[in-house]
Design a protein around this ligand. Structure first.
Ligand SMILES: [Zn+2]
Length: 306
């Protein structure tokens, strides 16, 4: 990433991973699970290898940041944690130091899990995975029906919590991490410190659209590196080049030219534009560009007569 920081896998990275490994796994049988290091965020259960051996992989699903390995024997959950990645490799390729397990397939290839910080997970979720304790409380998927401004507005009633941590709460909506929350709030022109419960329905609609727009763009760009899942560095994501606020403190806003600022909110870095995102006020209209604005003309503001 251009920010110079190690970036945790967020929803677009997990979705990109899902799309990267699914074609290699779906419809194949699992020959065996090879575990070299059991101590991840939770220990890999000992029975999981027996359950997966010989099972047919129906589908690789996703719920929030969990990958669902749906097989004829039941479903296993995988999480990339802080630094995890999955790659499709030939089983013969010697594993590196941080490559903790392989899901070996019946054609001699394997899905290899690498995770230097070991916050990832491989767990058994049985035949009703969505009822698993890690998934049961999760809010709606931001890219599916069921998520929108109305949902955000209802969930925010009476909440004094600032909108940014509210948006990052997986019980409200899954998969909106730190980077994407900052980006969506800029696009929706909402200050990250505004109380969630005081944001209008109209602004929540704009925010929900911005969340979808940012995530879809990131998934699309992650998708351009799919081939890297085979033998490559397994490093998805070209979205960093599209970031408008995240990691840009001190640089001019691309819309209004104001200097992007940074502060710490709930132990996370928050970036915002003081010109585009006002703390006070209601449905703030977009400020007029002070310098040559690069943003496209806004629909509904066109001067063209009908
Ligand atoms: Zn701005």
């Amino acid at each position: 990433m251009g920010t110079g920081a190690h970036t945790m896998p967020e929803l677009p990275e997990v979705e990109t991973t899902r799309r990267g490994i699914a074609p290699a796994m779906e419809g194949r049988r699992i020959a065996q699970l090879v575990v070299r290091e059991r101590r991840l965020r939770w220990p890999i259960p000992r029975q999981i290898g027996q359950r997966l051996a010989g099972a047919l992989v129906h589908r690789i699903g996703r719920r929030g940041k969990y990958l669902l390995l749906e097989t004829s024997a039941g479903t296993a959950l995988m999480h990339l944690g802080m630094s995890g990645s999955l790659r499709v490799l030939d089983t013969a390729q010697p594993p590196g130091r941080h490559e903790h397990f392989d899901i070996v397939l019946d054609n001699g290839s394997c899905i290899r899990f690498s995770d230097p910080r070991r916050f990832g997970a491989l767990l058994w979720a049985g035949t009703e995975p969505l009822a698993h304790r890690l998934l049961a409380h999760l809010g709606p998927e931001p890219l599916e029906a069921g998520f929108g401004g109305e949902h955000l507005w209802r969930r925010a009633r009476g909440r004094r919590l600032a909108i940014k941590p509210f948006l990052m709460d997986a019980a409200v909506v899954v998969g909106v991490g730190n980077i994407y929350a900052s980006e969506a709030l800029l696009r929706a022109r909402i200050h990250p410190r505004r109380a969630a419960g005081r944001i209008s329905r109209v602004d929540m609609e704009r925010l929900a659209s911005a969340v979808r727009e940012v995530l879809e763009e990131a998934v699309r760009l992650g998708g351009t590196t799919l081939r890297d899942f085979h033998n490559g560095a397994g490093e998805p994501g070209h979205f960093s080049r599209r970031l408008r606020v995240y990691g840009r403190a001190g640089q001019p806003c691309l819309s209004c030219g104001s200097t992007i600022r940074q502060f710490t909110q709930g132990q996370r870095s928050t970036f915002f534009c003081p010109g585009c995102q006002r703390l006070a006020g209601f449905s703030t209209p977009a400020p007029r560009p002070r310098c040559a604005g690069r943003s496209p003309p806004r629909p509904g503001r066109s001067r063209n007569p009908r």
